[in-house]
Design a protein around this ligand. Structure first.
Ligand code: GLU
Length: 315
């Protein structure tokens, strides 16, 4: 694996949201992201995605960092926090402003307008507010107005396309069918979709490893890269960790928080070994004590294409 990709030095990132404790599901994706950079001598950054969100928990950032360090992860440079980066989001919104329009629809309005439910969690916007607003929109309009509207990208057909996911393979998309005109800000509060693009570009991130639940939003991010004239990273969308009932790992499956395993006296190596086995890097009898020991075994090819079913008996 080369340390250079598309003419740029490799750089990955861990991007947790402080919405709760680190659990087995996040850690598996972080392990892949971390190893992928360490194996080629690239850098790995830590970014806390702490933009305004009703689910953010006080103290979650400190706990996340403690858990990551206990597991043996490290990172390069200083920790980046999205709440310290509004100036960058504002600059991007300024550049995007002419291609945006205001939308006052509620989530319930959008759901009602959808003739057939869309597969997955992505809500497709049917364009309700688009006919009422056209023309060049100065940035000042974006940040005024009460109540603050959502600002949506007016998609064009030329923006349909395809990208090659480093794990998933070719991914052709028609953004109009997938997300519809997507939101980039509410008032001056940037949406996740925009913030991640701005941050990854500013931090020179070349490799984004994340859960495949975000795959349907990736075309929107590609479109933003293009509109902002920024080079997109290579994405690697890794299948999620699920419970034995086939649903995404959550509280209902028991306590899979890293801090709870730690309190129960379980060593980090036992968790890392179980995850290493789930990625096809270790046999059932092999154990490691740190992420570093998994370096010689790392391969994307051995990771199963299907979700990983977690149960504590795997420890
Ligand atoms: N912060 C997001 C999460 O915790 C990840 C976003 C991303 O990797 O692009 O789900």
């Amino acid at each position: 694996m080369s340390i250079i990709t598309q003419g740029r030095p490799r750089c990955g990132r861990l991007a947790p949201s402080p919405t709760g404790a680190l659990h087995i599901g996040n850690v598996r994706t972080f392990l892949v992201a971390w190893l992928q950079m360490r194996v080629c001598g690239g850098k790995i950054r830590l970014r806390i995605e702490d933009l305004d969100h009703p689910k953010h928990k006080p103290g979650a950032e400190t706990a996340l960092i403690e858990d990551l360090q206990w597991l043996g992860f490290d990172w390069d440079g200083t920790i980046v926090r999205q709440t310290e980066r509004y100036i960058y989001y504002e600059t991007a919104l300024k550049a995007l402003a002419p291609g945006l329009y205001p939308c006052y629809c509620s989530r319930a309005d959008i759901q009602r307008a959808q003739s057939a439910p869309h597969p997955g969690e992505v809500l497709r916007y049917p364009g309700t507010c688009r006919p009422f607003s056209s023309g060049v929109r100065p940035f000042e309009l974006l940040i005024t107005g009460s109540p603050a509207p959502a600002w949506r990208v007016a998609l064009t057909e030329q923006e349909d396309g395809r990208f090659t996911d480093g794990f998933f393979g070719p991914y052709p998309y028609r953004a109009a069918e997938l997300t519809g005109d997507f939101v980039v800000a509410r008032g001056r509060e940037p949406a996740y979709t925009l913030a991640v693009v701005v941050d990854d570009a500013a931090m020179n991130v070349t490799d984004v490893v994340r859960g495949d639940d975000i795959l349907p939003v990736t075309p929107a991010q590609y479109i933003l890269y293009h509109r902002l004239g920024l080079p997109p990273p290579t994405f690697f969308h890794i299948p999620l960790v699920i419970g034995i009932d086939g649903r995404r790992l959550a509280k209902r499956h028991g306590d899979t928080r890293i801090s709870s395993y730690r309190t129960a006296g379980i060593e980090p190596g036992r968790l890392l070994s179980a995850l290493g086995r789930s990625c096809g890097w270790l046999s059932s009898s092999e154990q490691v004590n740190s992420p570093l020991e998994l370096l010689p075994r790392f391969s994307l090819e051995t990771i199963p294409r299907t979700p990983f079913v977690w149960h504590d008996s795997l420890l």
